[in-house]
Ligand binder design. Structure first.
Ligand code: NDP
Ligand code: GDR
Length: 337
């Protein structure tokens, strides 16, 4: 039986990956931070909390990484834990650099010392592309991060490549474009939209307040992306791969798709800070812009080219953005009873 260790197992991707690996017959271990109230909501929702082995683990603590790895000696190590919210990274730039950047070398160097045969996956991100250099973005596109989060992830990405080249380690990075699901964190824009719309459809009256409506993202379904992570570690030779849908959508259009799935018919008015959306059927104001959600520097356009993953891994996304928006909106609507 293969053993896997997942950092960030309580997060969106960690939960889906744990489920995938359990289905494949792995013994699944995961790292959880010590907090006053252990939080396994996503693992509970998937019905797998009892099937995984959880270990106290913090990315900022070298000894915690060392002790955990020495004990488990996993065949595969997936580093999914991170301060993953871009918006918060301007408030927590040093912490983000440590957890999203430095922690990657802590893990790699520990693996090199005590478990060099372990295959390693690093959660790299399309946020590393930042300011548009090329469309669509691929593994060879120049990196130009636009947030402390993006900058920290660039370090994690390059140190993964460096340990692969320096020590012949099986270390791969997945450069993943945005992927969402009903388990997505509530502060990310897709989930914020679907939770807010579900409440409005159930009779609520609070308009959803958003920032930049013009940003474009390449959104896929998280379940598809964890399959791609696993496939990367099954290759004979480690490498870096983009996972994306190759379709890009504005925040406004995602909002419209989710609203339509709940039976709304939107009327958009105004521009910039004055932009609003009203549901023509109920007459309710459902969205207004609040500049407090604007970012100090924005990533305007992300669209990925996943052809390498398709050719080498046989990976393709199965859920398109409209279906994704409907899936999330209906899940949040149903959860309200
Ligand atoms: P989530 O925010 O849902 O999960 C992050 C996980 O990291 C949580 O389990 C969290 O634990 C854990 N964590 C945070 N800080 C620490 C720490 N100091 N020590 C140990 N664990 C910690 O993220 P996602 O699942 O969406 O993303 C997974 C990874 O992929 C992240 O690295 C993210 O940056 C990256 N990524 C995500 C993309 C996406 O669109 N989802 C796209 C590209 C990359 P806790 O539950 O205690 O908070
Ligand atoms: P992102 O996701 O920054 O792409 O990072 P997020 O959903 O936070 O933002 C996407 C875009 O929406 C705009 N936006 C808002 N965003 C949030 N969160 N809240 C709002 O109210 C709002 N209004 C407009 C943002 O400005 C941005 O342009 C995600 C994370 O999962 C990262 O960890 C991951 O690396 C990248 O995706 C790929």
């Amino acid at each position: 039986m293969k053993k896997a260790f997942i950092t960030g197992i309580t997060g969106q991707d960690g939960a889906y990956l744990a489920q995938l690996l359990l289905d494949k017959g792995y013994e699944v271990h995961g790292g959880v931070r010590r907090i006053s109230q252990p939080e396994t909501t996503r693992l509970d929702l998937l019905g797998i909390a009892k099937d995984v082995h959880l270990h106290e683990f913090d990315l900022s603590e070298s000894n915690s990484i060392f002790r955990t790895l020495r004990k488990i000696q996993p065949d595969e190590f997936y580093n999914l834990a991170a301060q993953s919210f871009v918006g918060a990274s301007w408030e927590l730039p040093v912490y983000t650099a440590d957890v999203d950047g430095m922690a990657v070398v802590r893990i790699l160097d520990t693996l090199r010392t005590i478990s060099p045969q372990t295959r390693f996956y690093q959660a790299s991100t399309s946020e590393m592309f930042g300011l548009v250099q090329e469309v669509p973005q691929s593994e060879t596109t120049r990196l130009y991060p636009r947030s402390p989060y993006g900058v920290a992830k660039v370090y994690g990405h390059y140190i993964t490549m460096n340990y692969r080249e320096s020590f012949d380690m099986h270390a791969s990075s997945g450069i993943l474009f945005n992927h969402e699901s009903p388990l997505r964190g509530k502060e990310f824009v897709t989930r914020k939209i679907t939770l807010g719309l579900a409440a409005l459809a159930k009779g609520g009256t609070d308009a959803i307040e958003l920032g930049n409506m013009d940003a474009k993202r390449d959104w896929g379904f998280a379940g598809d992306y964890v399959e791609g992570m696993w496939r990367m570690l099954q290759q004979d030779v480690a490498d870096d791969y983009v996972l994306a849908t190759n379709e890009t959508t504005t925040i406004r259009d995602f909002f419209t798709y989710a609203a339509e799935a709940l039976g709304m018919d939107l009327e958009w008015t105004g521009e910039g800070e004055a932009e609003t959306a009203t549901d023509k059927k109920s007459g309710k104001l459902v969205m207004k812009v609040n500049p407090k959600f604007y970012r100090p520097a924005e990533v305007d356009l992300l669209i990925g080219d996943p052809s390498k993953a398709k050719e080498k891994l046989g990976w393709e996304p199965t859920v398109r953005v409209k279906e994704l928006a409907a899936m999330m909106a209906k899940s949040d609507f149903d959860a309200l009873g």
